[in-house]
Design a protein around this ligand. Structure first.
Ligand code: ASP
Length: 343
C-alpha cells in the first residue's frame, strides 16, 4: 500500500469515527413529523359549501405548517403540539377554544390535555369557561403544578396565577354553535331522542375537537387535544379529551395519540392507552393497533370517532370509523397530506 493510500484510509476512518461519536451529529438522520385532527363525525361533502371546505383546508394547512416549522427548527414536540393546537383553538371553525359548542345551559365549557412522551408527564383541564387557550393551561398544569388535572374555578385561579390570557365567556360565542344548540333543544322538545335521524344530527352538531401528535428531532413524542365537548352536554359532563389514556396519550417507547369522537366510548375503552399498550406488549405497528381499537372494538360498540398518531419512527396513523375526519400530517421524509372526507 502506498503512502497516499494509507493516508486516505486513515482520514476515512477518522471521519467515520468522528461522525459516529460527535453528539452534534446524532440527530441529523432522525426523522420527525406531525399529525393533526379537527374532529371526526358525519362529515359529508354535500353538507359544506366549497368556500367552507376551502376554509377548513387553509386552517388545517396553517396549523400543520406552524407545528412542522417548530420541529424543523429543532424545537420540541411539546412546543409543536401546543402551538399547532392554539392555531386551531383560535379558529371558529373547530369545536375548541373560539369555536366551542354550547352546553345545555347555553355556556361553553372547555376541556384539554397535553402529554410529554419523554417522561410521561401530563397536564389536563376540564370544565373551564374563561381561558382563551385551554391547551396552554394544560401545559402549565403539567409543568408548573404538582398535579395532572385541574377542573372548573380552581383551574381558572391557577391560570390567572400563571398569567394566562383570561377572556369573558362571551368570547366563545359563535352564532353557528348557538343555532346548533337551539336545533338540538327543539328536537328534544319534539321528543325525537330515540329517533335514529336525531342521533345522527347530534354528530353534525358536535364534531370539531382538535388534536395533534408530534415527534421531534430528539426522538421525543408528545400529544395534545382540546375541545368544547359535545353540544347540549349536561351536569358538568367531562369527555375523553382530558382523560390521560382515553383521548390523549404519549409515550416515547411507542407513540403519541389524540382522539376524537363520542367521548364516553373513548373513556370506557381507554382508547389511546390501549393502542400504545398493544404496540408495547404485542409488538404490532401503530396502524395495526389503531385499526384494532377504532375499526373493531369501537365499531362493535357503535362508538363513533377516530384517532391520529405518530410513532417513534415517524409512522403515521389517521384512523376513523365515521364518514370523515378533518386531518393532516407532514413528515421529514417529504410526505404530507390534508384531508377531510373518507376518499
Ligand atoms: N371527544 C369529544 C368529547 O366527547 C368530542 C369530539 O371529539 O367531538 O368531548
Amino acid at each position: 500500500m502506498n503512502k497516499t493510500c494509507k493516508l486516505f484510509i486513515l482520514f476515512f476512518s477518522f471521519t467515520l469515527l468522528y461522525s459516529c461519536t460527535n453528539p452534534n451529529n446524532k440527530n441529523n438522520d432522525l426523522k420527525f413529523g406531525i399529525v393533526i385532527h379537527g374532529g371526526a363525525g358525519t362529515i359529508e361533502k354535500q353538507n359544506y359549501s366549497n368556500e367552507r371546505i376551502a376554509e377548513y383546508y387553509d386552517k388545517l394547512n396553517e396549523a400543520l405548517a406552524t407545528g412542522y416549522s417548530v420541529l424543523e427548527n429543532g424545537g420540541s414536540s411539546i412546543d409543536a403540539v401546543e402551538q399547532t393546537i392554539m392555531v386551531l383553538e383560535n379558529s371558529p371553525l373547530f369545536n375548541a377554544g373560539k369555536g366551542a359548542v354550547f352546553t345545555a345551559n347555553g355556556i361553553n365549557e372547555l376541556d384539554a390535555a397535553i402529554m410529554d412522551g419523554s417522561n410521561l408527564n401530563a397536564g389536563a383541564v376540564a370544565g373551564i369557561t374563561t381561558i382563551k387557550n385551554p391547551i396552554k393551561l394544560a401545559r402549565k398544569i403539567m409543568e408548573k403544578s404538582k398535579h395532572v388535572m385541574l377542573v372548573g374555578k380552581g383551574a381558572e385561579i391557577f391560570a390567572a396565577e400563571q398569567n394566562l390570557e383570561i377572556v369573558d365567556p362571551s368570547y366563545f360565542y359563535t352564532e353557528e354553535r348557538w343555532q346548533a344548540l337551539q336545533r338540538i333543544k327543539e328536537d328534544e322538545i319534539k321528543q325525537k331522542a330515540k329517533d335514529e335521524s336525531y342521533l345522527n344530527n347530534i354528530y353534525d352538531y358536535k364534531f370539531g375537537t382538535v388534536g395533534c401528535a408530534a415527534l421531534d428531532k430528539n426522538g421525543n413524542l408528545a400529544a395534545g387535544t382540546s375541545t368544547g365537548g359535545m353540544t347540549n352536554k349536561k351536569y358538568g359532563r367531562v369527555g375523553d379529551v382530558p382523560i390521560i389514556g382515553a383521548g390523549t396519550y404519549a409515550n416515547n417507547n411507542t407513540c403519541a395519540l389524540s382522539a376524537t369522537g363520542h367521548g364516553e366510548f373513548f373513556i370506557r375503552n381507554v382508547v389511546t392507552h390501549d393502542i400504545s399498550a398493544m404496540m408495547e406488549y404485542k409488538n404490532i405497528t401503530l396502524n395495526q393497533a389503531a385499526e384494532k381499537v377504532v375499526m373493531e372494538k369501537l365499531v362493535k360498540q357503535k362508538g363513533e370517532g377516530g384517532v391520529i398518531g405518530i410513532d417513534k419512527n415517524a409512522n403515521i396513523t389517521m384512523t376513523f370509523n365515521t364518514t370523515g375526519m378533518f386531518r393532516g400530517f407532514k413528515t421529514s421524509d417529504g410526505k404530507s397530506e390534508v384531508k377531510i372526507f373518507k376518499e
